[in-house]
Design a protein around this ligand. Structure first.
Ligand SMILES: NC(=O)c1ccc[n+]([C@@H]2O[C@H](COP(=O)([O-])OP(=O)(O)OC[C@H]3O[C@@H](n4cnc5c(N)ncnc54)[C@H](O)[C@@H]3O)[C@@H](O)[C@H]2O)c1
Length: 262
């Protein structure tokens, strides 16, 4: 048996994590730093981002940046690479939710609302991918010819969106769709591209719900019958970073849930 061992260790991670100030992105940042890596948080939420960076110490850098803005992300990528000594990992977590029917009580879906969700979730993800890729292709490859890895965050709504999720599902379906062509293109540079499609995770998104409502939502998950812990998302990010055969694919992380129409 050939045992190659782990190619990339978390302690070698120089990661950009968008949306890293909260929820799933925060969990990815915490795990990378816990294992000895460095992380740059790109987030709009200045207060939470600064707090987290202060708590985690010098391995974490917070940069206030909007993923939809070209100039923000170009500057943030340069700053992160300068401070950390490079970028070899990207975790795209910045995203917004939305619920609006095509025909609601007050008429047709607002086009601007649809466009906003696509702008942040899909175009924002692509914006960071392209600018991080431009930086990563200049990396010295490691001994296995790897220059980096990119991990995006879709949702199970990419596959079974509920009523009212037209915009959200379209944005997440777009992320799933672009994973393979980008992985194919960046393969020649030794950069892998993966996507995680989470089910229901207990992030600040769900804190607004009463505990009872959270529990009953959790029970809709076949096993384990609860909301996912953000740390479980962080562990899948770690597995993807460490396993070089994972490329060009979307992994559902959902306890076997299949969302119903409503
Ligand atoms: N929590 C879940 O159950 C769940 C399920 C499926 C998919 N997701 C996806 O996972 C990702 C993270 O979700 P979460 O639950 O951790 O949410 P969250 O709200 O806790 O975190 C999202 C972060 O993204 C940041 N952000 C939003 N718009 C931004 C922008 N334009 N530029 C920079 N930063 C921006 C926010 O400030 C926030 O810190 C999202 O893409 C979400 O769609 C979450």
């Amino acid at each position: 048996m050939i045992w190659e061992g782990i190619y990339v260790r978390l302690e070698d991670c120089l990661a950009v994590v968008t949306g890293g100030a909260s929820g799933l992105g925060e969990a990815a940042v915490r795990n990378i730093v816990l294992k000895g890596g460095k992380a740059a948080i790109f987030d709009q939420s200045e207060e939470k981002g600064r707090q987290l960076a202060e708590e985690l110490g010098e391995s974490v850098l917070f940069i206030r940046a909007d993923v939809t803005k070209e100039e923000d992300i170009r500057a943030a990528v340069n700053q992160a690479a300068d401070v950390m000594g490079g970028i070899n990992t990207l975790v795209n977590c910045a995203g917004i939710g939305a619920a609006e029917k095509v025909i609601g009580r007050n008429g047709a879906h607002h086009l601007a609302n649809f466009a906003r969700v696509i702008q942040v979730n899909l175009i924002g993800t692509f914006n960071v991918i392209r600018l991080a890729a431009e930086k990563m292709i200049g990396n010295e490859p490691n001994e296995h010819e790897e220059r980096g890895v990119m991990i995006n965050t879709a949702s199970v709504a990419a596959f079974e969106g509920q009523i009212g999720q037209a915009a959200y599902s379209a944005s997440k379906g777009g992320i799933v769709g672009m994973t393979l062509p980008i992985a194919r293109e960046l393969a020649r540079y030794g950069i892998r591209v993966m996507t995680i499609a989470p089910g229901l995770f207990h992030t600040p998104l769900f804190d607004t719900l009463p505990e009872e409502a959270r529990d009953s939502l959790g029970k809709t998950v076949p096993f384990p019958p609860r909301l996912g812990y953000p740390s479980e998302y962080g562990r899948l990010v770690q597995s993807i970073i460490e396993n070089p055969m994972l490329n060009g694919e979307t992994i559902r992380l959902d306890g076997a849930i299949r969302m119903q129409p409503k």
